[in-house]
Design a binder for this molecule. Structure first.
Ligand SMILES: *Cc1c(COP(=O)(O)O)cnc(C)c1O
Length: 390
């Protein structure tokens, strides 16, 4: 039986490298509530990402829920069905009615024209997702938000480190939310962050994530407990030393997939718009009717070969029982998202995916495509550089 190849795997630095961080925590006895590692990680992430105000959270979902609270969003919010369920769940947990709009077939992100068509007098905000780290049409969305007086919250869970025209994509909209879950490219096991525009808003968010406490005796609003603890924050500081190597390893894997699959009929790869960087957080392909087997058949063949590709995002959020009764959830309203959801397959990509394992993935896909021989040349590419401690 071949070694199991997951779709993703968290990057874990050598355990010895983490021990000095743990010793500091044991020494100080400060395990949470905005300790030194929490403060350091907020500053270090601002610096690395090129943003001004960032507030750490215990996970991305609580960050989304809290961001909506901080913006006092109510009524209806326009969002994408082509995402992870947490995007829409965050609206539900705020008593907001999700309104699904269709996606663009190239970017796979919300189509600005469809956003505009979905606006009603009840609409208060837009919740787009930079799917697979591919930036949304942020300028067009900003224009719509300005015209109709709407707030914009980006679910940027996939967009760590992504830049557009040299500018962090996290600097668009009123707020952006990151996830540092173990499956994401930068992880603190569980974790997340809200990026906002000014110091006053950050202060408010910091109160909200700590029960609403502004000081020892003042509770400004009914807050939640969504603080990141010191062990997670320390791990983030360590992880940050490896992010450039992680990015490089992912880029090499993505390049190898791209050259292996170039020209394969019926297999479409995801293109990133000009002037945007690619963080290779996922490697999605679309298996269309021109491919010899269906997407699900290919998914099954990969599983049989112990390769766990994932159908992100299938089903659509709008197809889950909690949301499918909404007027905007029907397939007729979401034809492009519906079609793409049935074609999409995310292939394994993570720094520890070695060249032999990647070749196994490529061989199964090419065999299904009927061009199995083409893979031979690929084994002659350069040695996979190991990711080592900085
Ligand atoms: C991972 C993810 C989330 C949720 O983040 P958690 O940190 O796991 O709570 C939200 N939205 C999208 C698009 C995600 O991929």
């Amino acid at each position: 039986m071949d070694k199991l190849i997951p779709v993703t795997q968290p990057f874990l630095p050598p355990l010895e490298a983490f021990l000095p961080y743990l010793e500091q925590i044991w020494e100080s006895k400060q395990v949470t509530n905005g300790g030194p590692f929490h403060t350091q990680l907020e500053a270090a992430l601002c610096d690395y990402l090129g943003v001004e105000y960032l507030s750490l959270f215990s996970n991305g979902t609580l960050a989304l829920i809290t961001a909506l609270q901080a913006m006092k969003v109510t009524g209806e919010v326009i969002t994408t069905p082509f995402s992870f369920v947490a995007t829409t769940h965050a609206l539900h947990w705020n008593g907001i009615r999700p309104v699904f709009a269709d996606i663009d077939p190239v970017s796979l992100n919300l189509d600005p024209q469809k956003i505009e068509a979905a606006i009603t007098p009840q609409t208060t905000a837009i919740l787009p997702v930079h799917v697979y780290g591919n930036p949304c049409e942020v300028e067009a969305i900003e224009r719509i938000a300005d015209i109709y007086g709407l707030r914009v919250l980006y679910d940027a869970a996939h967009a760590f480190g992504v830049r557009k025209n040299g500018q962090s994509v996290l600097n668009f909209g009123d707020m952006s939310v990151l996830s540092f879950h173990g499956t994401k490219i930068f992880n603190t096991f569980e974790g997340g962050a809200i990026i906002c525009r000014d110091a006053k808003t950050k202060r408010h968010i910091d109160h909200l994530k700590n029960f609403g406490f502004a000081d020892e005796v003042t509770v400004v609003r009914p807050g939640i407990n969504a603080k990141m603890n010191e062990v997670q924050s320390a791990f983030g500081m360590l992880q940050l030393q490896y992010v450039d190597q992680i990015a490089l390893a992912r880029a090499q894997i993505a390049d190898r997939y791209r050259s292996a699959f170039r020209g394969v009929e019926g297999l479409l790869m995801h293109e990133v718009p000009a002037h945007s960087t690619r963080n290779n957080s996922y490697f999605p392909v679309r298996i269309t009717d021109d491919f010899p087997v269906t997407r699900d058949e290919l998914y099954d063949r990969l599983r049989t070969a112990s390769i766990l590709a994932r159908r992100y995002f299938y089903p659509l959020i709008s197809e889950f029982p909690s949301y499918r009764g909404l007027p905007s959830a029907g397939a007729a309203n979401l034809p492009i998202a519906t079609e793409i959801s049935r074609q999409i397959l995310c292939l394994p990509i993570y720094p520890a995916l070695d060249i032999q394992s990647q070749q196994r993935v490529i061989d199964v896909v090419l065999a299904a495509s009927g061009v199995a021989q083409a893979s031979a040349a690929l084994t002659q590419t350069a040695e996979f550089p190991p990711v080592e401690a900085v």
